[in-house]
Write a protein that binds this ligand. Structure first.
Ligand code: NAD
Length: 262
């Protein structure tokens, strides 16, 4: 199926690795030009070079910077001639006990996982309306649907974003102009972030990382971790011209781990 996004411009935040990179790869493979961002220039340039090699027909621009800062967002937006597709992403907050989190810790999590996507939505959505095409995908977490106790910062900040997106997506001015906003909720995907959390959890459980990974997989009906490429494929589908009637949704990609009917 042709996704109909050839020549569109996509801004994919936090995309030198992991899920963001998976989204950028899938969008570029469908012919979208991509602007990718990350804090570290070296990994970002390597990701951009690999994208150019895999999708020679598209333009790939790399903007190093912290997307949670006004400067980082301004640089990313300036590099994108127009944002037809926005994939909001940033690093996840640390794990811990809420008794130890002070106001600054909360503000950092809210900044990264709630206010940064909201700022980028604010900066891009009206242009999308004018052009009659827009796809906004926020990478959130399965923790929005099934909270993880040690990830209280993520549960809280991302739930705030989810509530905001639910309201904005239903504004007739946006929905009737073919502008959609949806959230993608990853379960356990094989990325650096997952490796880090496995190392910490294994140490706490007095198990090896491999033992702990096997335990985690045993709790997932698919009996495996997800791959960034399959996450990216769903993102590209949501960004396609065919998905214009799909808005305001939270789509869980977790190998069946969430046990509820809905
Ligand atoms: P990752 O650590 O593999 O990759 C994160 C990417 O974001 C890297 O490219 C990094 O350079 C970039 N980045 C981080 N902070 C940034 C910032 N402030 N500005 C610009 N770039 C930044 O992580 P991932 O596994 O791909 O996760 C992506 C998001 O999804 C995170 O918010 C994570 O918490 C969330 N998530 C991941 C999983 C999982 O299993 N991997 C599950 C649930 C939620």
């Amino acid at each position: 199926m042709d996704l109909g996004i050839k020549g569109k411009w996509a801004l994919v935040c936090a995309a030198s690795k992991g899920l963001g990179l998976g989204c950028a790869q899938a969008l570029a493979a469908e012919g979208a030009n991509v602007v990718i961002t990350a804090r570290g220039a070296e990994a970002l340039e390597a990701a951009a070079a690999a994208l150019r090699l895999a999708a020679p027909g598209v333009e790939v621009r790399a903007v190093a910077g912290d997307i949670t800062t006004p400067q980082g967002r301004a640089a990313a937006l300036a590099a994108c001639p127009q944002v037809d597709i926005l994939v909001n992403n940033a690093g996840g907050p640390p794990t811990g006990d809420f008794r130890q989190w002070d106001r600054d810790t909360w503000i950092a999590a809210i900044d990264a996982n709630m206010l940064t996507p909201i700022e980028l939505i604010k900066a891009t959505v009206d242009g999308m309306v004018e052009r009659g095409y827009g796809r906004i995908v926020n990478i959130t977490s399965g923790a929005v649907k099934a909270p993880i106790d040690v990830l209280g910062l993520s549960n809280g900040a991302r739930s705030g974003l989810t509530g905001f997106v639910a309201g904005v997506a239903r504004q007739p001015r946006l929905a009737s102009a073919n502008v959609t906003l949806n959230n993608l909720l990853p379960g356990a995907f094989e990325t650096d972030r997952l490796t880090k959390t496995l190392v910490a959890s294994a140490a706490a459980a007095n198990a090896t990382v491999d033992e702990f990974a096997q335990r985690r997989k045993a709790g997932i009906p698919s009996r495996r971790f997800g791959q960034p490429a399959e996450f990216g494929a769903v993102c590209a589908m949501l960004c396609s011209m065919h998905a214009g009637y799909l808005t305001g949704q939270n789509i869980l990609i977790d190998g069946g781990a969430y046990p509820g009917t809905f």
